[in-house]
Design a protein around this ligand. Structure first.
Ligand code: NDP
Length: 484
C-alpha cells in the first residue's frame, strides 16, 4: 500500500509539502492561525487515547487460522467444525487482567485468552483465560472482585489487605487462588501457556440433541513460567517481554499453535454429577470426562497496527454461531451483557463495523439498524429501514440452524457448597512436593504485605480449609496459633 514514493497528505487527502515547520508570517514571526494542517496534527494527537479496558487492558494479539482435526458433527452442527481439514481465520488476544495498559506482562495474575473465529456463518468468540476456573461464580460480585485486585482507592497503590480481604471473605476463590500462587501463576510468555473456555457451553447437533462442553487449548510450545525469584533476579526484565516474544516468534516464522479439545457431558451425565456443572469455580475431572481433540489453531501473522487491530478488538462471550449456545452459568450470563456494554463505551455504537470486529467471511451483514456515531456502512436495503415491509428485500432466515437450538432440561438440584475439595486436589495430589513448597513461599511473600491481623487470620483459615498442613505452615510463618 505504501512505497517510498508515496506522498504525505493531510487527513482529507490533500498534499502536505512541509511537515517540519509551521506557517509563519515571516521566518521568525508568530505561527499563523491559518496553518490548518498544524491544527489537524495537534488535534489528532490530543485524541489518540480511548478509554482503556477496565480489565484485560494490557494485551498482545495476532492473526492465524483454526483447522478441524476431528469430526465433531455428532455433537455440534457449527459450520466451521463441519469437516476435517476445514480452516477458519481467527484473531487471538492474550492479556493480563488487573494491570493498566502500560503495566508489566509478568504480574501474578490470570491471563486472558480470547479467540475470534471469522466463520462463514458469522463471528464466534471464545473469551477465556489461561485457567480452567475463575475466582467467583456470580457476575454480581465481579466489580467488587476486580476493585479488590486493583489499587487502593485512597492511596492508589497495590494493597495486600484489600486483596486478601476479598479472597478470605469469598471462599469460592480458593481453587483459583491455588492456581494463581502455583508455579503457573506467572506464565513466561503468551505462547507457553494453555487456554480454557472456562465456562460450560452448550453444543447441539443437526438432530437437535445437545451436550454440555468445556474447551481446553493446550499449548504446543510446552508450558513455561516465571518464579518470584526469577522476577527478582531479572532486574532488567522487559515489562513488554511477553508481547515482544509473541511478535518476534511470528516474525521469525516460529508460529505458535495450540491443540483444541473439548470435554463433553450429556444431560443424563450432568444429572448424575455430584457438583454443579455450571459453577465456574469447578473443573470436570479429565479422568471422568476425557479431553477429545477437535482442532488446532496457529498464529502466523502479526498485526500491522496495534491500535487498529489489538486495542480495538472487541471480543464477547455473547458472540455465538449456530451449533453453540450459552449455558446457565451465572457468571457467563452476566458476561453476555457486560462485554458488549464495555465495547459500546470504549468504541461506540458501531464498533462491529471496525474491520477487526467485522464479520469477514459472511456473504454480508444485513438488517434494519441504522445511524449512530461512526457508522460508515449501510446495512439495510436502499430506502427501506423497517421490518416487516412490503418490499421485503431482506427477511428472516427460517432455515438458520439457530432455530433448532434445543431447549435444555436441567433437573432442579441443590448442591452442598464445596469450595475446597478441588483446590485441595490440585494442591495435594497434582503438585509435586517442590511445587507445594514454591506455592507456600509465593503465598507467604504476598501475605507479608497484609497489615490487618483479622484479614491475615481469615486468610490462614482459608488455606487451612484447602489443606490442613498448608494452613499450619503459613500460620507458623506468621506466628499464628491455629485453633480452627
Ligand atoms: P488430572 O489429574 O487428570 O490432571 C491434572 C491437571 O492439572 C493437568 O491438566 C495439568 O496440566 C494441570 N496442572 C498441573 N499443575 C497445575 C497448576 N499449577 N495449575 C493449574 N493446572 C495445573 O486432573 P483432574 O481433571 O483429575 O483434576 C485434578 C485437579 O487438576 C483439579 O482439581 C484442578 O485443580 C486441576 N486441573 C484440572 C483441569 C480439568 O479441566 N480437569 C484442568 C487444569 C487443572 P497439564 O495438562 O499441563 O499437565
Amino acid at each position: 500500500m505504501f512505497s517510498k514514493k508515496t506522498f504525505m497528505t493531510n487527513e482529507n487527502g490533500v498534499a502536505v509539502n512541509n511537515d517540519k515547520t509551521s506557517l509563519k508570517a515571516k521566518e521568525t514571526g508568530d505561527v499563523l492561525l491559518r496553518d490548518v494542517y498544524l491544527h489537524q496534527k495537534l488535534r489528532a494527537f490530543n485524541r489518540e487515547r480511548i478509554p482503556e479496558r477496565v480489565v484485560h487492558a494490557k494485551g498482545a494479539g495476532a492473526h492465524g487460522y483454526f483447522k478441524v482435526t476431528k469430526n465433531m458433527n455428532k455433537y455440534c452442527c457449527a459450520k466451521f467444525l463441519s469437516r476435517v481439514g476445514k480452516k477458519t481465520d481467527i484473531f487471538a488476544r492474550f492479556s493480563t487482567v488487573g494491570g493498566p495498559s502500560g503495566s508489566s506482562d509478568y504480574d501474578r495474575d490470570p491471563r486472558g485468552f480470547a479467540l475470534k473465529f471469522y466463520t462463514e456463518h458469522g463471528n464466534y468468540d471464545i473469551v477465556g483465560n489461561n485457567t480452567p476456573i475463575f475466582f467467583i461464580r456470580e457476575a454480581i460480585k465481579f466489580p467488587d472482585f476486580i476493585h479488590s485486585q486493583k489499587k487502593n482507592p485512597q492511596s492508589n497503590c497495590p494493597d495486600a489487605n484489600i486483596f486478601w480481604d476479598f479472597i478470605s471473605l469469598n471462599p469460592e476463590t480458593a481453587h483459583q487462588v491455588v492456581i494463581l500462587f502455583s508455579d503457573r501463576g506467572i506464565p513466561a510468555n503468551h505462547r507457553q501457556m494453555h487456554g480454557f473456555g472456562s465456562h460450560t457451553f452448550k453444543w447441539y447437533n443437526s438432530k437437535g440433541e445437545y451436550f454440555w462442553i468445556k474447551y481446553h487449548f493446550k499449548t504446543n510450545q510446552g508450558i513455561d513460567n516465571i518464579t518470584n525469584a526469577d522476577l527478582k533476579n531479572m532486574a532488567d526484565l522487559n515489562p513488554d517481554g511477553a508481547t515482544k516474544d509473541l511478535f518476534n516468534a511470528i516474525k521469525e516464522k516460529n508460529y505458535p499453535s495450540w491443540t483444541c479439545y473439548v470435554q463433553i457431558m450429556t444431560q443424563e451425565e450432568a444429572d448424575e454429577c455430584d457438583f454443579d456443572i455450571f459453577d465456574i469455580t469447578k473443573v470436570w475431572s479429565q479422568k471422568d470426562y476425557p479431553l477429545q481433540e477437535f482442532g488446532v489453531f496457529t498464529l502466523n501473522r502479526n498485526v500491522e497496527d496495534y491500535f487498529c487491530e489489538v486495542e480495538q478488538a472487541a471480543f464477547s462471550p455473547a458472540n455465538f454461531v449456530a451449533g453453540i449456545a450459552p449455558s446457565p452459568d451465572p457468571l457467563l450470563q452476566g458476561r453476555l451483557f457486560a462485554y458488549q456494554d464495555a465495547h459500546l463505551h470504549r468504541l461506540g455504537p458501531n464498533y462491529i463495523q471496525i474491520p477487526i470486529n467485522h464479520p469477514k467471511n459472511v456473504e454480508g451483514v444485513h438488517n434494519y439498524s441504522q445511524n449512530g456515531v461512526h457508522r460508515h456502512q449501510s446495512i439495510h436495503p436502499v430506502g427501506v429501514n423497517y421490518y416487516p415491509n412490503s418490499m421485503a428485500e431482506i427477511s428472516e432466515d427460517k432455515t438458520s440452524t439457530h432455530a433448532i437450538e434445543p431447549p435444555h432440561c436441567i433437573k432442579e438440584r441443590k448442591f452442598e457448597v464445596d469450595d475446597f475439595s478441588q483446590a485441595h486436589d490440585l494442591y495435594a495430589n497434582v503438585m509435586t512436593l517442590k511445587e507445594q513448597h514454591n506455592f507456600q513461599e509465593n503465598v507467604i511473600e504476598h501475605l507479608k504485605g497484609v497489615t490487618d491481623n483479622d484479614i491475615l487470620i481469615r486468610t490462614v483459615e482459608l488455606f487451612y480449609n484447602i489443606d490442613h498442613d498448608l494452613g499450619k505452615a503459613i500460620a507458623k510463618n506468621f506466628n499464628i496459633e491455629v485453633s480452627f
